[in-house]
Design a protein around this ligand. Sequence first.
Ligand code: GLN
Ligand code: ZN
Length: 767
Amino acid sequence: MTAFPHGTILGYPRIGRRRELKRAVETHWAGTIDEQELRDRAAALRRETRARLVSLGLDEDSAVPETFSYYDQVLDAALAVGALPERFAGLRETDGTIGLAAEFAAARGDGEQPPLEMTKWFDTNYHYLVPEIGPGTVFSAQPARYAGLVAEAAADGLVTRPVVVGPVTLLALAKPDDDAPEGFRPLDRLDDLIPVYREILAALRAAGAEWVQLDEPALVSETLDVAPGEVAAAAARAYAVLGAAEDRPSLLVAAPYGAPSAEGWEALAAAPVEAIALDLVRGGVPSTADGVAGKTIVAGVIDARNVWRGDLDRAWARLDQVRRLGAAEVVVGTSNSLQHVPHDVDDEPDLDPRLKTWLAFADQKIGQIAVLARGLREGRDAVEPEIAAAAAALADRRSAPGVHDDRVRARTAALADADFERGPVADRVASQRRALGLPPLPTTTIGSFPQTGDIRRARAAHDRGELGTDAYEQVLRDEIERVIRLQEELGLDVLVHGEPERNDMVQYFAENLDGFAVTRNGWVQSYGSRATRPSILWGDVSRPAPITVRWTTYAQSLTPKPVKGMLTGPVTILAWSFVRDDQPLGDTARQVALALRDEIGDLEDAGVGIIQVDEPALRELLPLRADERDAYLEWSVGAFRLATADAAAATQVHTHLCYSEFGTVLEAISALDADVTSIEAARSRDELFDALSGYERGIGPGVWDIHSPRVPSAEEIAGRIDRAVSVVDVDRVWINPDCGLKTRRYEETVASLANLVAAAGEARETL
Ligand code: GLN
Ligand code: ZN
């Protein structure tokens, strides 16, 4: 066995500093470049990345991880074991292997064939593709996608470390395919899968890999369909076999995103693998366990979920603590892959220079790893200056103006229980009925209308200073007017202004609130070729001026129909930003909530009678550990209530949630106390309706799946309305799409909304 390097990262962003991979992949999809050109560009990007990682200090053998993916790492693993759903079989290469055509079809769909489902990766905002596995899935090893990377690096004289989603996590995240009988679980196929992983490992060894990293985050989660004890048992079984193979590389098994379950940790420690990576930012140092003495522990002491410059002194103390476990070797690593953070703080010319000294993006985090790794090799004294510099930056951050704003603190400190309570539901229903006079089964949308090329171009020109503010705002007003007229023509009941002024539903608010900074190049992969630029919430949050009021009131001035005001909720603003790590999330959430509360008051004063506060990320932040859930729901639900509780009884508060696992958080959704909730219902419809039965507030289960360009017919929509009305009191049902229309084209939008309004109209007649 070759020794593990003293410092490493569990993964690195693969989209490229300038989103080169996005451009390459999307131009390939558009047919502008062929597959070879795409492959060449991807290879160039990988070479550049490896060279950079080495220059940043990952210069020992196997320190550079291979985490490149054209689309998604879970899809990669599924395809490497041959688990391509049958409906794409025709896209296999002539020799039966799975190439890029099949890969992209599985990711994006192919004609009538729907893609794999997409869902959030643990508690992050990254979306993976859900493998489909059934009793008939034929596993076969196709290691080329990983082995090729090792060989490519070797040609440049580098020994790198391939990273593969491990067999247990792959199966724990998979769903049964269409042919699977009731009760079948993908994990039932573990014993068939293990030999395939064994073959892949042998191929990687043959390609020159000395170490391979297998990611097993399933070990830390209690939100999967499979119980933690079963995950642990599966890991014990899988790694007993994989570890016993002779022709294999050394194995690092990583358990990122939290602490492994007690059983999971014991299974890992006892497994015949050479190294274990632990997330010591989110999880604590475990107690010692049998088997650990012979292993290397990769201590994940540098936070790869956030953008703050780490406290190296504390990281060092953690390393010391881990040493007491009695492992053969302790080395330094990130808590998880750096795929969740942007590339480089030095790429941010617009950020405040002082703020920049408090930040670390992926490259700066690698710098921190390199410092600690040198400390491990040469002793702490050798890196004392760097540890002191990190401490000084932290001290500066603590004392900086804006990080602590007395006015904001005084306000949150004075909050009383009553500030979180609206009046009785019955009074609200009655006053809203009088104030709004809506028909039964009212129709509405979720807020955004398609963001056309014209709007995007105008915004880009405005950002570059080429289009003046007056001219830009005129473009927005024209768009709002168009969208209002369109909704009137379609016959919708509650209109929206369409959100043309928003680049992003969180960044827009971040740009208009104190305490936030936004980046220029801070892209983070969301899924496939899509990336977002999370804002940085660094200080106490307050609202210097009204944000949305003038756009909403302009829209309202154009029509006698009610226009719904549109805000992003506190939990979602936090979930999709990089949030300060120096105080509990709940404290920060309350500050954001108070800013929104003021905005709601201003909207009401301006005559807006319906206000929607979107919380699509409420489910996403739900802790992976069951024992942390109540505390989370307490502060998250509390923040939403704080934002909305001051609304008058006659003001109708809406919220929107876009995920279908309604059951898990149903109680929390009721506790939000919104008058109307719109929710995704395209997938898992049965589960949703079971959970909804007897729901006591307004509810709009989406009747049009906006995630696909398909136009649902009026009959199809009518069927969904019938279904909703059969479980929920008809007075409470709203008719709306699944989610915002921002990414749809006008073509589908107009046709689908026309069908939606027609179906609602017919349903009304039968009441
Ligand atoms: N109001 C937002 C929109 O319509 C909601 C988006 C979301 O749910 N993610 O775009
Ligand atoms: Zn949504």
